[in-house]
Design a protein around this ligand. Structure first.
Ligand SMILES: [Cu+2]
Length: 118
C-alpha cells in the first residue's frame, strides 16, 4: 500500500466512525412527550435507562410553566403554543423530582413529577 493509499484508508476509517455511531448513547433518541397543565405533569413518571438517548418534548395546555429537574440541572421554560425540545440527562441512576418552575396558581406546589433512571 502506498502512503497515499494508507492515508486514504485511515481517513475513511475515521469517517466511518462518526460521532453518532460511536456515541455512548444507545441508538437514536427516544422522544417522550410531556404535557404540563394546572396542576399536573403527564406522564407523572418518566422511566429511562441509564445512558439512554432521550429527548423530551414538553408543552403546556394552559399557562406558562417550567420543567425543572434541579438534581439534573434541567430548567426549561414551557410557553403556551410552543414545544420545548431538549435532551434529558440520563448519565446518573436515581429518582429525580420534576417540579414546575413558574408559580402558576394556588396549587402550583402540587405540580410534581419524577424522572427515574435505572
Ligand atoms: Cu406550573
Amino acid at each position: 500500500m502506498s502512503r497515499t493509499q494508507t492515508a486514504l484508508y485511515v481517513f475513511c476509517a475515521v469517517l466511518a466512525c462518526t460521532p453518532l455511531s460511536c456515541s455512548k448513547h444507545e441508538g437514536p433518541a427516544r422522544t417522550i412527550k410531556v404535557v404540563m397543565k394546572k396542576y399536573s405533569i403527564e406522564p407523572a413518571e418518566i422511566h429511562v435507562r441509564q445512558g439512554e438517548n432521550v429527548v423530551l418534548e414538553v408543552t403546556t395546555t394552559d399557562v406558562q410553566h417550567g420543567f425543572d429537574v434541579p438534581d439534573l440541572n434541567v430548567s426549561e421554560s414551557i410557553q403556551p403554543g410552543m414545544t420545548a425540545t431538549f435532551r434529558l440527562p440520563t448519565g446518573r441512576k436515581g429518582n429525580f423530582t420534576v417540579e414546575c418552575g413558574v408559580i402558576c396558581g394556588p396549587r402550583h406546589d402540587q405540580m410534581r413529577g419524577k424522572v427515574v433512571v435505572d
